[in-house]
Design a protein around this ligand. Structure first.
Ligand SMILES: *Cc1c(COP(=O)(O)O)cnc(C)c1O
Length: 248
C-alpha cells in the first residue's frame, strides 16, 4: 500500500464513510510498520520509535477511524482543539500530546490533558505549566519537551540551540514539570538532506545533555515529508498528519 496520501476531500466534519475509515486505519498500520522498519535499518529496535498522529483540523470521527485498529498516540497543536476533542474521543483512550505553540491563557486546556507537551521554549512557560499542574493538584508532574529552533529561523518558535541546555538545566529544577526530551521542526522549505542535518543537530544536543545527566531520552522530530531521515537520526516520536489524513 502506498503511503502517499491522496487528499480525502476538504470537509473534515461529519460521519466517515466506511471505505475512508478503513483507508485511514490502514495508513496508520502501514506507517507504523514503515517506522519500525526504518528503525531496524538504522540499527535500532523496532519499538524505539512511536508514531504520533497530528490530528489538527480533523474531526473526532475521522480521528476515531484512524484509531480503530488500536493506535492510541495522537497530538493537537491548538489548545481549543485538544479541549474539544478530548471528551468525544475518551472511549478510545487516546494518549494525547500537545505539539503546537502554547499560550499562557490557554494552559488550563492543555496541562493535565496532554501526557506530553512538546513545545516548551522558555523558562517562563515551563514555570507557568508547572504552576498550573500544581494548582490542579495532579499527582504526576506535567511531562514536557523543550522545543529547539534547530534551523535558526527568526520566525519559528523554539529555544536557540546554544541556549537549549542551559534552559534544560533550569527546567529540571522546576516543581510540577518533568523534562523528558527535545523537539524540533526543521524549516518548512528544508530539503530532506537539510532536514536530516537538523535532526542530527538535535540528536547531538540531546546526547550532550544526557552526558551531563539531563533526562533527554525522547527526541520528537520528523513529519510526513521527512520521517525516514528523522528515524535514521534517532527520533523516538514522529509527528505525522497529512500522510495519514491527506492534505489539510
Ligand atoms: C501539523 C504538524 C505536524 C504534522 O505535519 P504533516 O506534514 O502534516 O505530517 C507535525 N508537527 C507539528 C508541530 C504540527 O503542527
Amino acid at each position: 500500500m502506498s503511503l502517499e496520501a491522496e487528499p480525502l476531500g476538504p470537509l473534515h466534519l461529519g460521519p466517515v464513510p466506511p471505505a475512508e475509515a478503513a483507508l485511514l486505519s490502514a495508513r496508520v498500520a502501514a506507517l507504523r510498520a514503515a517506522l519500525a522498519e526504518a528503525a531496524v535499518a538504522a540499527g535500532r529496535s523496532p519499538d524505539s520509535v512511536r508514531l504520533l498522529l497530528a490530528t489538527k483540523t480533523q474531526s473526532a470521527e475521522r480521528i476515531a477511524a484512524a484509531l480503530s485498529g488500536g493506535h492510541r498516540l495522537i497530538g493537537e497543536n491548538r489548545a481549543q482543539e485538544l479541549r474539544d476533542k478530548f471528551d468525544p474521543l475518551r472511549p478510545l483512550e487516546p494518549e494525547w500530546h500537545f505539539i503546537g505553540p502554547l499560550q499562557r491563557n490557554k494552559l488550563r486546556m492543555v496541562v493535565g490533558r496532554a501526557a506530553l507537551i512538546h513545545s516548551i521554549d522558555s523558562l517562563g512557560l515551563a514555570q507557568a505549566v508547572g504552576e498550573e499542574r500544581l494548582r490542579q493538584g495532579g499527582q504526576e508532574p506535567q511531562k514536557v519537551l523543550l522545543q529547539v529552533n534547530i534551523s535558526g529561523e527568526a520566525t519559528k518558535s523554539g529555544a536557540h540551540p546554544e541556549a537549549a541546555l542551559a534552559l534544560a538545566r533550569a527546567v529540571v529544577e522546576l516543581p510540577g514539570v518533568a523534562l523528558v526530551g527535545l523537539m524540533a521542526i526543521p524549516a518548512a522549505d528544508a530539503t530532506p538532506e537539510e532536514a536530516r542535518q537538523a535532526f542530527a543537530r538535535l540528536a547531538g544536543l540531546a546526547a550532550a545533555g544526557r552526558a551531563e545527566g539531563l533526562p533527554l531520552r525522547e527526541l520528537s522530530m520528523g513529519m510526513s515529508g521527512d520521517y525516514p531521515q528523522a528515524v535514521a537520526e534517532g527520533a523516538t516520536l514522529v509527528r505525522v498528519g497529512s500522510a495519514i489524513f491527506g492534505a489539510r
